[in-house]
Design a protein around this ligand. Structure first.
Ligand code: FES
Length: 100
């Protein structure tokens, strides 16, 4: 089974301006299984880490794995830097919204 078709090719990694199609192509071409490998391959995920949750989702889809969304969010909330575009959202999910 192939990965889902990219209908709207949005920029997933704002830090490095990497689009969904580029990330999915890198995962498929090299059968990548870890976010660090994706970062090495196309730079996505190398900055604030806000996009890691989506990169993980693409990897999981490629590998036909599914994780409950809460699990993914809670796992990645710990890694997102305070500078990222989704940092406030993730800070709330991680329960550390009071940190400055
Ligand atoms: S948005 Fe991808 S590393 Fe910041």
């Amino acid at each position: 089974m192939k990965s889902p078709v990219v209908e709207q090719d949005e920029i997933i990694c704002q830090c490095f301006q990497v689009k969904e199609s580029v990330i999915r192509a890198a995962i498929e071409a090299n059968n990548l299984t870890r976010i660090e490998q994706v970062t090495k391959s196309c730079e996505a995920g190398g900055g604030c880490h806000s996009c890691h949750i989506l990169i993980q989702l693409f990897i999981d889809q490629h590998r036909h794995l599914t994780h409950p969304m809460e699990e993914l969010v809670s796992e990645h909330a710990k890694k997102v830097s305070k500078k990222g575009i989704l940092s406030r959202f993730f800070a709330k999910m991680a329960g550390n919204g009071n940190q400055h």
